[in-house]
Design a protein around this ligand. Structure first.
Ligand SMILES: Cc1ncc(COP(=O)(O)O)c(C=O)c1O
Length: 372
C-alpha cells in the first residue's frame, strides 16, 4: 500500500491489516442508549453475576489512595500468594492485565513469521488474533462433528496431526469458550506427553473454577512432568474481577522469564493487584458463586432441553445453544426484552447463541423470554 494513501491505517503490517478484530459482548450502556431500556441484564461476557468478593472491593477501595504510585511491577505479594495456593514457585508465575495479556505475551515471545501455532476451529477468538499479529501462521484444525459426544469441541487427534517442526505453540482451551466443551484428563495427558518438546502447550483454564466434577485436569499439577506446558488462569470469571483485568500464567521458570521480557513493566494496576490478592482470601465468596453457577448450568440446560433447544455440554459459567436459522432474530427479541446474550457468528456459528449463567432470577428471566 502506498504511503501516500488517504487511509494511513493501511500502512499497518499485512498480518495486522488482515486480522478480524475481537467482537466483545454488547455493553449495558449501549443497549440503554439504543432502546431506552433501564432494566437490562447482560449474559454476554461470562462475568460472575455475584460480582467481586466484599473483601476484594474493600481492598480495592483502599488501594485508590495509592493510585498516584506505579504498581509493584513484580506483583510480589500476589505472586507469593498464588505460588503458595498452587504449590509452585513464584518464579513460575507471570501476571497479566487479564489472561488475554498473557496469551498475547506468549505469542510475542514464541512466535514469528515462519513459525506456526495450532488451535481448533471454534476455539477462543483471542488465539488467532494473538498469533496472526506476530506474522506467524495460525493452523486451524477441524472441531468435533456436531453429533460427536463433545460436539464442536477440540479434536485432539486432529490437533496432534497438525503439529510440524515449525509449531511453537498449541492452544487448548479447557473448557473452551464459546462452545463450553472440554477435553478429559486422560486424552489430554496423552496429547501433551506425545507433543514434541519444541512445542509449548498453552492450556487455557480461564473457567477452571467452574469445572467441578466433570473430570477436567488441573493443569498446574502437570507442570513438573511437562516443562513445555503453560497454564493460563484469570480473576475475570469466578473471582468476579473482569473489570480490573488480572490473570496469571504458570509455567516453567524459563518460559516465565521469556514472558517477562515482553511484559509491559507495570501491566497489572495498583487496584488490580489489591483486588486479586484479597479475592484469593475470600474462599467462601468464590465457593458460593461457583456452586450457584454449577447448579444453574444443570438447571438451565435441562429446561432448555425440555423446551427442545439443543445445548452443548459445558464446563464453564455459560451455555452454547443451537438457536437455529433465526438465531439473529431471537437475539434481537431478547435484546428488546433487556437481555443481552452473545451471538457467535464471528466464530462461524451463525445458528448458535452463547448465554452466560446469571443469578437464578436472571436465568429465569432469560428462560421465560426464550420460551416466548
Ligand atoms: C477461554 C478464555 N480465555 C481467556 C479469556 C480472557 O479473559 P481475561 O483476559 O479477562 O482474563 C477468556 C475471556 O472470555 C476466555 O473465555
Amino acid at each position: 500500500m502506498s504511503p501516500f494513501s488517504n487511509s494511513p491505517g493501511d500502512l499497518a503490517v499485512d498480518c495486522v491489516r488482515t486480522l478480524a478484530p475481537y467482537v466483545p459482548g454488547k455493553p449495558i450502556e449501549e443497549l440503554q442508549r439504543e432502546l431506552g431500556l433501564t432494566d437490562i441484564i447482560k449474559l454476554a461476557s461470562n462475568e460472575n453475576p455475584f460480582g467481586a468478593s466484599p473483601q476484594a472491593l474493600d481492598a480495592m477501595q483502599r488501594a485508590i489512595a495509592d493510585t498516584w504510585l506505579y504498581p509493584d511491577g513484580s506483583g510480589h505479594i500476589l505472586k507469593q500468594k498464588l505460588a503458595a495456593r498452587l504449590g509452585v514457585d513464584s518464579t513460575q508465575i507471570t501476571l497479566g492485565n487479564g489472561s488475554n495479556d498473557l496469551l498475547v505475551m506468549l505469542a510475542e515471545a514464541f512466535l514469528a513469521p515462519g513459525l506456526e501455532a495450532v488451535y481448533s476451529q471454534y476455539a477462543f477468538a483471542v488465539y488467532p488474533i494473538a498469533v496472526q499479529a506476530t506474522g506467524a501462521t495460525g493452523v486451524v484444525t477441524p472441531a468435533n462433528a456436531p453429533d460427536a459426544p463433545m460436539p464442536l469441541g477440540h479434536d485432539l487427534e486432529a490437533m496432534a496431526r497438525a503439529i510440524t517442526p515449525r509449531t511453537r505453540v498449541v492452544f487448548i482451551a479447557n473448557p473452551n469458550n464459546p462452545t463450553g466443551t472440554w477435553v478429559p484428563a486422560a486424552p489430554l495427558k496423552s496429547f501433551i506427553a506425545a507433543a514434541p518438546r519444541h512445542t509449548l502447550i498453552a492450556l487455557d483454564e480461564a473457567y477452571f473454577e467452574y469445572t467441578g466434577e466433570l473430570g477436567l485436569q488441573n493443569g498446574v499439577e502437570w507442570l513438573s512432568e511437562f516443562p513445555n506446558l503453560v497454564v493460563f488462569r484469570t480473576f475475570s470469571k469466578a473471582y468476579g474481577l473482569a473489570g480490573v483485568r488480572v490473570g496469571y500464567a504458570v509455567s516453567h521458570p524459563s518460559v516465565a522469564g521469556m514472558l517477562n521480557r515482553v511484559r509491559q513493566a507495570f501491566n497489572v494496576s495498583v487496584i488490580g493487584l489489591a483486588g486479586a490478592s484479597a479475592a484469593l482470601d475470600d474462599t467462601d465468596h468464590l465457593a458460593t458463586a461457583v456452586k450457584v453457577a454449577v447448579a444453574e448450568r444443570a438447571r438451565v440446560a435441562a429446561r432448555l432441553g425440555r423446551a427442545g433447544t439443543r445445548v452443548l455440554p459445558s464446563a464453564g459459567n455459560f451455555l452454547m445453544l443451537h438457536a437455529g436459522a433465526n438465531a439473529k432474530e431471537r437475539f434481537e427479541v431478547l435484546l428488546r426484552r433487556g437481555i443481552i446474550v452473545r451471538p457467535v457468528g464471528n466464530y462461524g456459528l451463525p445458528e448458535h447463541l452463547r448465554v452466560t449463567l446469571g443469578t437464578p432470577e436472571q436465568n429465569d428471566r432469560f428462560l421465560k423470554a426464550w420460551e416466548g
